[in-house]
Design a protein around this ligand. Structure first.
Ligand SMILES: *[C@@H]1O[C@H](CO)[C@@H](O)[C@H](O)[C@H]1NC(C)=O
Length: 457
């Protein structure tokens, strides 16, 4: 010890400090280092356990964005308790990455079997429509509230899954089962080449491919002309849904819709996903899924796209460059992203639309959320939560329940029970005065005008 301190005599001011530093047991340094590592780790994984603990596990309030004179808010969303309460994530899934990973690897999907209908398209393509009828999970003709409604008038919910997801995805099963339990008939419209069917034409789906869902909706409306139709899109499916609603305007037979964790702007999401280390990990995971999808349809893809490029793809962007762009005949990847982004179609949505996005979504970044466009359109309610991850939103100590599924169920049930969408007499009473209509001219047509038009048609 003496020898050690004498060697530092030339710098007397540091001597005592170093001496003190060396007198601290080495285990304390390990403890300190471990604590700093833990902090960095928590920061990296965006763990919000301590914040939840400090707020007494009360969760964060849901933030709603809408037009101040939106009839969808005043007649429907204002009555939704879930949208006006708080979301608290499962305490042991207190990070967007843990939430999303849990959904991907476990997800706790409810068990039931679909009834499959193969729907043929004019170009020779095949879409698997997977039905779950309310009678499959509950007693016939009885709703949860005991009311009996005739079979043909039972509301139908059409689900559009996300990228490379099909009717077996855990979140689709959560949604489908919950809605069927509440007396709805649910159909999952699998994308082409997914859900275990092969590609029967040279046509693929992509993030902006609305032709298929248009045909599916027409088909279901034709088969069940009296049933109120609702649609839910998730992730890429939400992008397709919003783009479809914007393209159709008043022409769609859909009565209400929900867009869950939509990417909104594919260009922004593409830049976001390649920026940080943790996002690049998701990029790799998505690419892995896309390459798996490509493998299934190698015979068609190797003819239409650059197969060598596909096998070498290391990001979604690479894959889109070597496959999606070529099959969809877009000049560049960015052209594809720009043309297919749904953000530009938000202003033209003419049906009540609930949008749910998590601020901490690790894939579909908050940077792409079209706040102003949603606020300008009277038909849209945008609900954002601090936490939830990508499509996960697990809640409760056993992570049995998914928050957005409950929110969609409540919103759709209140919308469907609104007499304004079923009886013309009351609709006339509540429809806007002519003066109001002239103010609310396109592109933001008042929802009640649309509801009345729908009935008269
Ligand atoms: C689903 O179908 C399979 C095979 O037909 C059957 O073994 C299983 O019990 C069914 N599951 C449910 C929940 O009905």
């Amino acid at each position: 010890m003496d020898c050690f301190s004498s060697s530092f005599e030339s710098v007397p001011s540091y001597g005592p400090l170093l001496k003190a530093a060396f007198s601290i047991p080495i285990s304390h340094y390990f403890f300190g280092a471990f604590f700093i590592f833990l902090l960095c780790f928590c920061h990296f994984l965006e763990i919000h356990f301590f914040r939840d603990l400090l707020t007494g596990f009360a969760g964060q309030p849901v933030s709603l964005t809408f037009h101040s004179s939106s009839p969808v808010y005043h007649f429907v969303a204002s009555k939704c308790k879930i949208l006006h309460s708080r979301y608290l994530s499962t305490p042991w899934l207190c990070s967007p990455h843990l939430q999303t990973a849990f959904l991907t690897f476990f997800g706790r999907p409810p068990a039931y079997n679909y009834t499959r209908e193969l729907f043929k398209l004019a170009d020779g393509g095949t879409i698997a429509l997977d039905w779950l009828m309310h009678t499959d999970v509950m007693k016939p003709g009885v709703q949860e509230n005991g009311a009996i409604i005739p079979d043909g008038k039972i509301p139908i919910m059409i689900v559009i899954p996300g990228l490379t997801s099909d009717s077996d995805a855990a979140y689709v099963r959560h949604l489908t089962f919950k809605m069927a339990k509440c007396g709805w008939n649910v159909v999952v419209s699998n994308h082409r080449g997914l859900g275990g069917v092969s590609l029967t034409s040279d046509c693929f789906y992509n993030a902006g491919w609305t032709q298929d869902i248009r045909k599916v909706i027409e088909h279901i409306h034709c088969q069940h002309p009296e049933a109120p139709l609702f649609t839910v899109g998730t992730s890429i499916g939400a992008n397709i849904l919003v783009k479809y609603l914007g393209e159709e305007g008043l022409k769609t037979p859909i009565i209400g819709a929900a867009a869950i964790c939509s990417p909104w702007d594919l260009l922004i999401c593409d830049r976001f996903i390649s920026r940080r280390l943790v996002q690049r990990f998701y990029d790799k995971a998505l690419t892995f899924g896309l390459k798996g999808f490509a493998q299934l349809h190698q015979s068609v893809l190797s003819r239409l796209a650059d197969w060598e490029g596909i096998t070498k793809s290391r990001s979604v962007r690479d894959f889109d460059n070597y496959a999606t762009r070529l099959v969809g005949k877009y000049e560049t990847v960015d052209t594809y992203y720009r043309r297919c982004s749904s953000a530009g179609y938000v202003g033209n949505v003419m049906v009540p639309l609930l949008c749910i996005s998590a601020i901490d979504d690790p894939v579909c970044t908050r940077e792409a959320i079209p706040w102003d466009e949603c606020r300008a359109n009277k038909n849209i309610i945008l609900a954002t939560t601090q936490h939830g991850g990508h499509l996960a939103y697990f809640e409760g100590i056993t992570a049995k329940s998914v928050w957005w599924v409950r929110a969609v169920d409540e919103f759709f049930s209140i919308l469907n029970s609104n007499p304004l969408i079923h009886t013309s007499k009351e609709m006339q009473v509540a429809s806007p005065s002519p003066a109001e209509i002239s103010i609310d001219q396109a592109p933001y047509v008042n929802v009640m005008t649309r509801l009345r038009m729908q009935f008269l048609l």
